[in-house]
Design a protein around this ligand. Structure first.
Ligand code: NDP
Length: 266
């Protein structure tokens, strides 16, 4: 296994209090990096901070409440990171969630909310942390396979995800002269907080009470995911880690598919 020592390096993970972001923060801490995470829900953030501090008692860790859609909060988060760590080497734009709706039931406000979330969850943190990015740094965005393979039941999310693919490419080109790399991962379905909430809703709304394993396996089967299961947050985190570190030093404006073979294109 390749070992990489990130001591002296600083990683910022938006939405680090749950799912993919939390698993990514863990990986960075494991590699010796200082880590800053953010999220909106204070209790969720505190629980994540406590779990990470228990696993890595000596690790430099900052957890800060911040809504990535609020410019003032993002700037305040960036100021706290600057005060505590002085620099940033890796920015993971991960915060967010998907919206399940067809064209028929997506109103204008829902379209605006979704486009705002997908674009500004990248634009605001990138703008705020850019002046702190040091020595061949990297920005990695969590994107979805929906960018290339839209689903009609997630029309607004799919459309916004396609735009994010373009945004990542443009950022990569614009920032390359500063030696800042920008990449993304395209994920299919990954077990995480949002899927746990969908499972709980299913249990509330249905007489049938499958276990989490049965429910996810059935969904994977219905969706024809070749590897036959959902991905784990750790599997998405490993791809993010690769793109955020010098392991991928000659890769920019690109993306990695983490979908268990769900992508239908060659
Ligand atoms: P989780 O719900 O487990 O985690 C989402 C994280 O983002 C939480 O920490 C949440 O904390 C935070 N968050 C959400 N909105 C904001 C906001 N406005 N400002 C700051 N933090 C926010 O879900 P995932 O780990 O699955 O999601 C991670 C990313 O992966 C998301 O962008 C999601 O859209 C994307 N994705 C996930 C897929 C999947 O199958 N899991 C599929 C495709 C894409 P809090 O709510 O407290 O703010």
């Amino acid at each position: 296994m390749i070992q990489i020592d990130l001591s002296g390096h600083v990683a910022v993970v938006t939405g680090g209090s749950s799912g993919i972001g939390f698993a990514t923060a863990r990986l960075f801490l494991q590699a010796g990096a200082s880590v800053a995470i953010c999220g909106r829900d204070g209790a969720r953030l505190e629980a994540a901070q406590a779990a990470l501090a228990e696993a890595f008692p000596q690790a430099p860790l900052l957890a800060s409440r911040c809504d990535v859609l609020d410019a003032e909060q993002v700037n305040a988060f960036a100021a706290r990171v600057k005060q505590r760590f002085g620099r940033v080497d890796m920015l993971v734009n991960n915060a967010g969630q998907g919206r399940v709706s067809t064209f028929a039931d997506t109103a204008d406000d829902a379209w605006r909310d979704e486009l705002e979330l997908k674009y500004f969850s990248i634009i605001r943190p990138t703008r705020a942390f850019l002046p702190m990015l040091k020595d061949a740094p990297a920005i990695v965005c969590v994107n979805s396979l929906l960018a290339l393979q839209p689903e009609p039941h997630m029309v607004a999310t799919s459309s916004a995800r396609a735009g994010v693919l373009s945004l990542v490419k443009s950022l990569a080109t614009e920032l390359a002269p500063q030696n800042i790399r920008v990449n993304s991962i395209l994920i299919g379905i990954v077990e995480s907080g949002q899927w746990k909430r969908r499972y709980q809703n299913y249990l509330k709304e249905n007489a049938e009470q499958p276990s989490w394993q049965q429910w996810t396996a059935e969904l994977a089967r219905k969706k024809n995911i070749p590897l036959g299961r959902f991905g784990l947050p750790e599997e998405a985190a490993q791809a993010l880690f690769y793109l955020a570190t010098p392991l991928s030093s000659y890769t920019t404006g690109s993306h990695i598919d983490v979908s268990g073979g769900f992508a239908r294109h060659v």
